[in-house]
Design a binder for this molecule. Structure first.
Ligand SMILES: *Cc1c(COP(=O)(O)O)cnc(C)c1O
Length: 338
């Protein structure tokens, strides 16, 4: 299970629900995983009216199946829906469908260390009509896929390329939503960084190209002179649930966490004068990803001696400990499915 490729093998079932103007959301059902039949004129194929979410189900040591803050994903999905003119999904039906699907396919939740069942809810616009407006019909689906450890060789620092050409999102756009178009726009820079041996892109804001926004599909945090700094949620940054959880944990440990605009110039200065102690990304897939090097305009800057920082490691251990049910969840973040 450790070396299964991410998102290529799917469990036996999927959850589906349809929307139309007359009936609203209706016909919620769990069916065998299989192909969808859609008209080539379906609006999703042309104008990308689509949103998604990503979360995981974890198997604890005594065999329980746990979800991590699923109500946050449901709320964010509806916030994405609002921006993309997709009708709101009833939260209770979403959560119930999610729980029933995971329970039915619980044998697909792997048990090896650091493995999980990745859960991908999504909504697509299904009107067969080429006009540019909101579709009148939609399909909501949840599919799941077992995933191996994100760090099969253990937690390791990554190299990051600061991208000053392409931008991922702008204020007023869709950067705060999980909509497919954002990711389509991000692929080119990611590919270029990879070709040069970097695992992720560090995104700057689309207007000044100075403010740091995110790293790949993760939020980013820095420890500078003992304080934690993370870009504020200005509209072009995705409000990550791992980010939110990390901030709550850091504050509970007594750290000062500052959410503000943070420029690449400040980052480079802090890297070079030694006050930048740690840097890491946060997201559901990697949980916490230590950053050991940043490259800006061809110049490399090492962070923390390319070692995993103390706070980075503590956050990783605590978050993964809660997720897999190994550490007491004093925040009430986990939901037991079965
Ligand atoms: C999903 C995502 C994140 C992380 O969100 P989590 O809720 O922590 O998984 C951060 N940035 C982008 C662009 C994302 O798509």
């Amino acid at each position: 299970m450790d070396n299964i490729p991410f998102g290529k093998h799917f469990s036996d079932h999927m959850f589906l629900m349809n929307y139309d103007i007359d009936k609203g959301w209706h016909d919620a059902r769990i069916v065998p995983f299989g192909d969808l039949i859609l008209s080539p004129a379906s609006m999703v194929f042309h104008y990308a009216q689509e949103i998604f979410e990503g979360l995981k189900a974890y198997r604890s040591e005594n065999g329980e199946i746990l979800l991590f803050r699923p109500e946050e994903n449901i709320r964010r999905m509806n916030s994405s829906a609002e921006r993309l003119c997709i009708p709101q999904i009833p939260e209770d039906i979403f959560l119930e469908g999610l729980k029933q699907l995971v329970e039915l396919d619980r044998s697909w939740v792997p048990s090896e260390p650091d493995t999980s069942l990745y859960i991908r809810p999504f909504v697509i616009a299904t009107d067969d009509h080429l006009g540019v407006n909101a579709s009148l019909s939609y399909l909501f689906a949840i599919i799941t896929a077992p995933v191996g450890s994100y760090y099969p060789e253990g937690l390791n620092p990554v190299r990051i390329m600061i991208e000053s050409g392409d931008v991922r999102a702008v204020r007023g756009g869709t950067g705060h939503t999980k909509c497919g178009g954002n990711y389509a726009a991000s692929i080119r820079a990611g590919k270029r960084a990879e070709e040069q041996g970097y695992s992720q892109v560090l995104w700057l804001d689309g207007i000044t190209r100075r403010n740091i926004e995110e790293v790949g599909a993760m939020n980013v945090m820095f420890k500078i002179s003992g304080k934690i700094i993370t870009p504020a949620l200005t509209g072009s940054v995705l409000p990550g649930i791992t980010r939110k959880s990390a901030i709550e944990l850091l504050k509970s440990w007594g750290y000062e966490v500052i959410e503000r605009d943070f420029t690449v110039d400040e980052l480079i200065a802090a890297a070079d004068d030694g006050s930048l102690e740690e840097a890491w990304g946060t997201g559901t897939a990697a949980v916490v990803s230590p950053i050991g090097e940043i490259n800006f305009n061809g110049i490399k800057h090492e962070i923390g001696g390319f070692k995993i920082g103390e706070v980075t490691q503590k956050l990783y251990d605590c978050l993964t400990g809660i997720q897999w049910g190994k550490v007491k969840d004093s925040f009430g973040w986990t939901l037991r499915v079965c």
